[in-house]
Ligand binder design. Structure first.
Ligand code: S3P
Length: 203
């Protein structure tokens, strides 16, 4: 039986996901990027598309600490949070494959970065300042944004972090389009990086 256009498209998407899962082996897809880039929202849908579990590192840190990220910062300080973040992400990277969304500062830690390189494929969700600001103002749970004017804080973080985020294996522009569009672009980029760049196999 001949498949219609939509059915062919679905079948090809399924094949692509299966190929990515196979190429990943036990490695994780690790989403990085600034606050508001959409790591959690996109990550959850990406995991569904790839047929992998989804884990949000900040939620795991909160679970391990029995406290919100906001409270950890307020009661114990940023350094304490970063130590916990490194440990929790280290543990999560060992249990792959999965899609892992990380907090905006996680990839700035050199040890975490090396760990991600070894045990994952990093995907940078890159976004412009205006897009990020519009999204972060919807919630009041980000301790770093309480340290000053949000726009100034975000601009400074972009200056410090974007050169480091640029080391990621894959970069996709996050913008105000349907999440599924971004997910599709990530899937294509992962496919390209994991499969096409391997080149022909030697006999
Ligand atoms: C942080 C980002 C937050 C959270 C913490 C610190 C950062 O996560 O980990 O508030 O340093 O950029 P999101 O990027 O998910 O908001």
């Amino acid at each position: 039986m001949r498949l219609g256009f939509k059915a062919r498209k679905r079948a090809s998407a399924r094949e692509k996901s299966a190929a990515i899962r196979q190429a990943l082996g036990e490695r994780n897809v690790v989403l990085i990027g600034l606050m508001g880039a959409g790591k959690t929202a996109v990550g959850r849908r990406l995991a569904q598309r790839l047929g992998l579990p989804f884990v949000d590192a900040d939620r795991e840190i909160e679970r391990a600490a029995g406290q919100s990220v906001d409270d950890i910062f307020a009661e114990h300080g940023e350094e304490h949070f970063r130590d916990g973040e490194r440990k929790v992400i280290g543990r999560l990277l060992d249990g792959g494959p999965k899609v892992l969304a990380t907090g905006g500062g996680a990839y700035m830690d050199a040890r975490t970065r090396r760990n991600v390189e070894k045990k994952g494929i990093s995907v940078w969700l890159k976004a412009d300042l205006d897009v990020l600001l519009e999204r972060v103002k919807r919630r009041d749970n980000r301790p770093l944004l309480k340290t000053g004017d949000s726009k100034e804080v975000m601009r400074k973080l972009m200056d410090e972090r974007y050169p480091i985020y640029a080391k990621a294996d894959v970069a996709v522009q996050s913008r105000n389009v349907a999440h599924d569009t971004i997910v599709g672009e990530i899937v294509n980029a992962l496919h390209e990086t994991l499969l096409k760049r391997q080149g022909p196999k030697a006999d």
